[in-house]
Design a protein around this ligand. Sequence first.
Ligand code: HEM
Ligand code: SF4
Length: 573
Amino acid sequence: MAKTNKQMSDELDKKLDALEYLKDESNYLRGTIEQGLADPLTGAISDDDTKLLKFHGSYQQDDRDLRDERRKQKLEPAYSFMIRVRLPGGTATPEQWIAMDDISNNYANHTLKLTTRQTFQFHGILKRNLKTSMKKINESVLDTIAACGDVNRNTMCNPNPYQSHIHKEINDYATQISDHLLPKTNAYHEIWLDGEKVLDSSEEIEPMYGKKYLPRKFKIGIALPPSNDIDVYSQDIGLIGIVEDGTLIGFNVTIGGGMGMTHGNTDTYPQVGRLAGFVPKGKVVDVCEKILTIQRDYGNRENRKNARFKYTVDRLGVDKVVEELNTRLGWDIEDARDFEFEHNGDRLGWIEGDEGVWNYTLFIQNGRVKDTEDYQLKTALRKIAETHTGDFRLSPNQNLIIANVTPEKKEEIQNLIDQYGLTDGKNYTGLRRNSMACVAFPTCGLAMAESERYLPSLISKIEDLLDEAGVNDEEITIRMTGCPNGCARPALAEIAFIGKAPGKYNMYLGGGFKGERLNKLYKENIGEQEILESLRPILMDYGKERLEGERFGDFVIRSGVVAKVHGGQDFHS
Ligand code: HEM
Ligand code: SF4
């Protein structure tokens, strides 16, 4: 698939997206961020710098609850910054937990968000505190490099509470992949950590990325069957661990998954990753690098809406991408091995790992760690961190595993769980246990409707229907996002809501419980009453007519409520 001179000169003639020029001219992601931070006259930085800032792991935002009032008062919006940590596999030490807790108290809005990609997010950080917050994160031996932006993002990994030795190994691969695919620019150290300035930055090289980095964000995740908790099919590169006789031998590789789309633009669609083949474990880092460079070279740089790897794979075809991958590797990847997923949720409560340690998965609604009058979750987790000798694992479903608890420590941790009334969610319905919502209002600038602040109350109302239908123990995945970007992976849920306007959502049904199938639009632009009215007869039928063990997502297809979606290209048809 080498390019001809004609192809290359055609490409030079094409008008690239404005961000491509910005990246190219940013002096390897420096822009004027440093000057912007020093300007005391505004709580914001320049538009161009906000785009570059993402590559450093931060988004500029403003409090949308206050927007109108501030406009009336002729004040600039209430700007603040979100910081996203890079935490491969979502694993943190108790000391790191305490450091994150301190940062959230001292510089952010006193909450921590555990994200759907297994990392910490801070909200509400004022410009004057941004650099100190970054420094504090780095002092805790974590960083935020490439947590956002057109680069490889936080690498996900199954947090496996069962097989401790395999968890260690795959988590280590997640870290190796993340470290290997980091941008090499010194800009991060210069801007945030007072690193020495590299005078002639043109000598700096980004051997993997080049000056324009990738056409769009890039995501990698490692699943370990039977759990598809990381939603392997939503990743640009999905890795499925293959274990034989208790030993990890390698990974099946999927390519070209992704969640985002734009309302009303059928050229954009969520897509599931396709199986490309199997690779031995020792080669997996190189395989990820080579796939990433294929996207770097063939991804669409003219239109960001069609720039994700999923569109590149769809345009070239899986076979061509594999052929190119084999050429770049210098050897051929093998045929995919057999595997089977059973679910994409978390296993809650205490589970004994295979090395005699215990793991407790705590249910955290939408991943928001905060104290309220009747639920002191944040304080409780700090107390646990102060005594815990194992580690914490952020789950891909926004929950938290208190992991590697020794038998001697188990009682002490359990006492704290009891003292603060923490819940593993087993007393909740199967719907609430399998729910996820993105942040949306008030911080996300792209939100069209509420998500995290609204889904819990909508679920309470749907639970009344579940009671009536007699299915409140059934596990059903439900996800909501405030816009179609898809940060909570809604397109894979059995029931999903994607925000259109305040109080209005598109409702989708029929995703696969194992995260293997996209859902289908059922009703457009509906409010709460219509949501409940539409769901009621379907849930009642499910209660009466479901087959033994039949999942809700499968039932709505079998009973003709929605058509089955085979892949992104028939998502809109
Ligand atoms: C054009 C596409 C997208 C844009 C512009 C975008 C932008 C954003 C922004 C601004 C936030 C911060 C919201 C806040 O914390 O206030 C966010 C959160 C997040 N996004 Fe995206 N996003 C996009 C697509 C996606 C997709 C497809 C995924 C993964 C499937 C994803 C994963 C996340 C995660 C994990 C968070 C953290 C919040 C959470 O867990 O609820 N994003 N995104
Ligand atoms: S899905 Fe949309 S509203 Fe939700 S966090 Fe992502 S960008 Fe914001």
